[in-house]
Design a protein around this ligand. Structure first.
Ligand code: OOG
Ligand code: MG
Length: 258
């Protein structure tokens, strides 16, 4: 696929997001779209946002757990970029009219404090990580009915829409992150629960997987980045006037209302 076509597709997905419009998945007309081309479309989409003054603040991992892979019918972890404008304050409001068909999921977020250029083991990655906190992610696929194959969702920046970080930041070296209970409540009722073990066995494995994927594409995970490790549970469609709370054992809670 030539660079003009990559740019054209990135532009289509970017306008769909800005105009809150669904588009058919790319693979319905481009069945041979490769994962590398899909990441090039994602890169081009990030560039469009940078050119409008946004800044890249980190990355999100997606499809790192069996419940999510089953929910979306895909089978490999992927990453997307996070920008400053995607960050919402804890306890703030997200109007669902701002999205197409937004869904929410509890997450674990890491703060990176040293550049990572290479593929590292989870234990080595931990040395480059200064904090961990509870988080929520709002995902909002630009595709009709959230229907996509792996290249589609990569090109669409992994359905990234918004994220919220919890107020309590812990030192990840002082916690065992491998089996933390994760809970999503809507209007006081538990709707999803899982364990951080569902995130590739441990959220640190997800962080290491991100470093591997970035370094294989010659990219650096920069100091100061935030990384969302991926959901442990299925995502839940948002409706108006909901109070949403995500809790991660030992890391506290994050709140949002619609
Ligand atoms: C893709 C994004 C998945 C996660 O945490 O697994 C994701 C999607 O399901 O639309 O963010
Ligand atoms: Mg997610």
């Amino acid at each position: 696929m030539n660079s003009e076509k990559i740019k054209e597709i990135a532009g289509t997905l970017d306008s769909a997001r800005l105009e809150r419009r669904e588009v058919p998945r790319l693979t319905s007309t481009l069945p041979d779209l490769t994962l590398e081309e899909a990441y090039q479309i994602q890169d081009e989409g990030a560039l469009l946002r940078l050119n409008r003054g946004e800044e890249i603040t980190g990355f999100k991992m997606g499809l790192t757990s069996k419940p999510k892979m089953r929910q979306m019918g895909v089978d490999a972890p992927i990453y997307g970029v996070l920008t400053g404008s995607m960050k919402l304050k804890n306890e703030s409001r997200f109007s669902i009219r701002e999205g197409i068909h937004p869904k929410i999921e509890p997450e674990v977020a890491f703060f990176i404090d040293q550049d990572i250029r290479a593929s590292l083991s989870p234990l080595e990655v931990l040395k480059h990580c200064s904090g961990v906190c509870a988080a929520m992610e709002i995902i909002d696929s630009r595709y009709l009915n959230f229907d996509f194959l792996l290249p589609d969702v990569i090109a669409d920046n992994c359905s990234a829409s918004a994220f919220i970080l919890g107020p309590v930041i812990k030192n990840p070296r002082e916690l065992d992150l491998g089996n933390l209970g994760m809970l999503l409540e809507i209007d006081g009722k538990p709707v999803q629960f899982g364990s951080s073990a569902a995130i590739l066995g441990n959220p640190l494995n997800s962080l290491a997987e991100l470093c591997k994927m970035l370094s294989s594409r010659g990219r650096t995970l920069k100091a100061g980045s935030i990384v969302l490790a991926g959901a442990a549970t299925q995502a839940i469609a948002l409706e108006p006037d909901q109070r949403i709370k995500a809790s991660v054992q030992d890391l506290g809670t994050v709140d949002l209302h619609t």
